[in-house]
Design a binder for this molecule. Sequence first.
Ligand code: NDP
Length: 326
Amino acid sequence: MIPFSSFSTNESSSQKVLPLQVKEQVRVLILGSGPAGYTAAIYAARANLKPILYQGLQAGGQLTTTTEVDNFPGYPEGVTGPVLMDDLQKQAERFGTEVRWGMATAVDFTGPKHKVWIDDEYLIEADAVIIATGATAKYLGLESEEKFKGSGVSACATCDGFFYRGQDVAVVGGGDTAAEEATYLAGLCRKVYVIVRKPYLRASKAMQEKVARTPNVEVLFEHVTKEIIGNQTVEGVILVNSKGEEVKVDITGFFVAIGHEPNSSIFKPFLEMDEIGYINTIPGTSKTNVPGVFACGDVQDKHYRQAITAAGSGCMAALDAERYLS
Ligand code: NDP
């Protein structure tokens, strides 16, 4: 058998020969280490299901690339994303979750037991699988953006903002992520331009007000990015405004914050999903179309996409898995 395999970064799929010897049988296998995955782990571990959790490429998930999280209940003073994720991991481990490095690179959900290959090498059979693989940042798709990735173009201000201290940068996007990244960068950089294609921000009212209150942030409404320019590193960006005029803005850092894509490509042959790749779950549950396979968090939620809703859906997945197994 040559199972379907691809990397969960939504790269195009490719056929690979994968090892068929099952190395481990587990009750509950959790894929992903964001709030959904860790919450599922806390509940599954407390139900004595001895879950194994694989962290994936980005241990801790997207929240590790965020700064202050002020809306997660239980933290009256706020908490940073990395600290929150660290706390969740410790809580999951406290009840016996085994947290491992590694990434699910292929699955086969056709049998009574669910096969999951880790890093294309290690084959696990699980009675129940909880998919909490989250979503990945989207890019604009410009050639110049590709050219400068890692040398001026980034999708994570908290990871890379440090390199642009005292400089002028731009953030593209009008949602909460863009607003958050812009205000974070404003604390490090001299000037932050926010490039928004619409005449308004989609970000929440609170974030819009925060942007408006930050003096070194300038929002350029109705501007579209045409090209990022520079030699070895980014030196500027060419924008097109609503009148069709080109505008050059001098910047050294270009941060992309235009949303995310669900990390679901390896599940595509087996699970029902929408046209974007969000996994369909039976409303009010975490159940997918395959018995024993559950989905929670951003990989199945395009509406709310909050840490707390992800955590809530992780809880649902663990409870659904527990009921399925009993
Ligand atoms: P969103 O989908 O909310 O916003 C994406 C933004 O990028 C929109 O303004 C969109 O424009 C713009 N955009 C998309 N494609 C392009 C493109 N090709 N060129 C230019 N602009 C583009 O994504 P976010 O990542 O901001 O937020 C996702 C979810 O996470 C939301 O629900 C948000 O509330 C939540 N979130 C919460 C946070 C918090 O609570 N602390 C922090 C960050 C995110 P347009 O409006 O025109 O479509």
